[in-house]
Design a protein around this ligand. Sequence first.
Ligand code: SF4
Ligand code: F3S
Length: 106
Amino acid sequence: PFVVTENCIKCKYTDCVEVCPVDCFHEGPNFLVIDPEECIDCTLCEPECPANAIFPEDDVPAGQESFIALNAELAKAWPVLTERIDAPADAKEWDGKTEKLKLLER
Ligand code: SF4
Ligand code: F3S
């Protein structure tokens, strides 16, 4: 499956959800995750993310491995999102910032 990683936190552009054929994105307050049990590896979402936050599970950037389990965990807790919604007003300012994991809201 594909995995949403750290740079989505506080950016949450949601361009990704619109292309997913199986609606496997789940939405939290300031982050989105992919349900690994539903993702069919179609690859469509990866190039849609303006923050380049989506990676195949076996190719997540070094240091981001914990996001694999985090996507699986939070997909069970959060509701499905199927349509693009407005990004946070300050999304651009957060794009590329590091150590955003501590800012994740559940
Ligand atoms: Fe959805 Fe395809 Fe992305 Fe998986 S790879 S989350 S199926 S768009
Ligand atoms: Fe996040 Fe990128 Fe989707 S910022 S909400 S993974 S388009």
